[in-house]
Ligand binder design. Structure first.
Ligand SMILES: N[C@@H](CCSC[C@H]1O[C@@H](n2cnc3c(=O)[nH]cnc32)[C@H](O)[C@@H]1O)C(=O)O
Ligand SMILES: [Zn+2]
Length: 433
């Protein structure tokens, strides 16, 4: 990689001090070395020069909640409520998943994520060694976690799952040149008994890792939690010590003012998944109130079987649109805020250091969009165009840690055709058994 240059580029930096720059970017190894509106005079020192004419460069998008291998179940069980979808469609099929299924399903999702401009993602699943190997090979950045469902498991089975999660953390945290980091994940309060959640919290403290879980996704979940434990999920998890750890929860759709205050005071981050919440009819998270309270809100697609794609441009657009619609206030989530949720807040909410902005000293995780297209004209406010007009299909090039993963829409680290073929074979086998 060495030292290389992008010239004649338009840069949407997400750096509040210099939001738009027209000019050049110098990248050295994994970092942005220089970003300037001048032309770099001496080009002879660069190993590569990328002509940025007609391209918009911006930070790679951060997807803070996913179950990548569920791409194999895309199109299976649409138009159902969460509990029915999980219990009748997902879990019976997932029970048949082998390590190979997780490998090819995750790779299929990774190709889709790179092609639509995502450079970092969170994944909660099992057979996580396969996911980590796929991330390493692809060159992406990821925060990975072995999601654990403990309900219906005896003590030995519960311990085995926890052991697997601990071992995964020991094997993979800070691997792949630091691109892979790990979290500990009890799947949810409704699939993990309190004693198990406490054990996971203890393990996360011992390993010094954050906790990730699903919480308050549906009204039914909240009601059931009250019936079972006498508390709503926030107080329940709070009592179990979950929020005494660095924590990011997925969904947080059904929250009271008091719960928002508790989450804020504990610096709990929320991964907002508007596409999945709409599709499963889970409800609409109180994002304007969460942001106003000072909670770090980022965006996730959730798994590809409840979305059903992994295009973060769509997620940013939904976040900007639905909260206007339900509140009657067009300023509820402005384009700039949706853009931050997909980049700056995304990186911060999963504890990625110096990621999410194009800024000197930051990691060179960036994407390029083809802006010589009718739907991105005229050349006016690119933050607006990215949120209200663009889609993942507009992404032409992707770099992570300064390494190019896609060039003119061609993947450089992965064999897309082979991955599609293998994923289809996995699906055919799963459906035949
Ligand atoms: N199979 C593991 C759990 C893996 S965590 C990932 C789980 O989350 C499930 N999942 C996917 N999307 C959602 C969601 O929106 N809410 C709750 N669970 C989900 C998914 O079906 C999968 O079973 C075990 O038994 O321990
Ligand atoms: Zn999920």
């Amino acid at each position: 990689m060495g030292k290389w240059l992008i010239k004649n580029g338009t840069f949407l930096t997400m750096d509040e001090k210099r939001p738009m720059i027209k000019g050049s970017m110098v990248i050295e190894d994994d970092r942005i070395k220089e970003l300037t509106n001048q032309n770099v005079i001496d080009e002879s020192v660069f190993s590569e020069i990328v002509d940025g004419t007609g391209k918009l460069f911006m930070p790679g998008l951060v997807n803070t909640h996913n179950h990548a291998a569920m791409s194999l179940l895309r199109g299976i069980g649409d138009d159902l409520a969460l509990q029915v979808w999980l219990q009748e469609k997902m879990w019976p099929n997932e029970a048949k998943f082998t390590a190979q299924d997780v490998k090819w399903g995750s790779l299929l999702s990774i190709t889709e994520m790179i092609k639509s401009g995502t450079t970092s993602f969170v994944d909660m699943y099992d057979h996580m060694d396969e996911v980590a190997k796929a991330v390493e090979e692809a060159g992406m950045r990821a925060r990975l976690t072995r999601g654990m469902i403990a309900l219906g498991c005896n003590d030995a089975e519960q311990n085995a799952k926890l052991q697997e999660a601990v071992q995964f953390a020991k094997d993979w945290h800070l691997q792949a040149n630091g691109r892979i980091t790990v979290m500990m994940a009890p799947h949810s309060p409704y699939t993990c008994p309190p004693s198990f959640i406490e054990k996971v919290v203890a393990a996360s403290a011992e390993l010094d890792l954050p906790v990730h879980t699903h919480m308050s996704e549906t009204a039914k979940e909240v009601e059931d939690n009250v019936k079972e434990y006498g508390l709503r999920p926030v107080m329940h998890l709070s009592k179990l010590g979950v929020f005494d750890r660095p924590c990011i929860i997925a969904h947080g759709v059904h929250l009271t003012d008091e719960e928002i205050d508790i989450l804020c005071s504990k610096d709990v981050r929320i991964s907002h998944n508007p596409g999945s919440n709409l599709k499963l009819a889970s409800g609409i998270a109180r994002v304007p109130e969460l942001l106003k309270a000072g909670i770090l809100v980022s965006l996730g697609t959730d798994g590809p079987a409840s979305n059903n794609n992994l295009d973060m441009f769509e997620e940013m657009r939904l976040a900007a649109l639905i909260h206007k619609g339900v509140s009657g206030d067009p300023t509820a989530v402005p384009a700039t805020e949706a853009l931050k949720m997909g980049t700056v807040y995304g990186a911060e909410s999963i504890w990625l250091d110096q990621v999410g902005q194009l800024k000197e000293g930051y990691k060179a995780d960036l994407i390029a969009l083809d802006i010589e297209q009718s739907h991105l004209y005229p050349k006016s406010d690119y933050a607006s165009h990215v949120i209200y007009s663009a889609s993942g299909h507009d992404v032409t090039d992707v770099w992570v840690d300064g390494k190019r993963l896609m060039k003119n829409r061609e993947l450089l680290t992965l064999d897309e055709e082979k991955i599609r073929f293998e994923a289809q074979s996995c699906y055919d086998r799963l459906m035949a058994t």
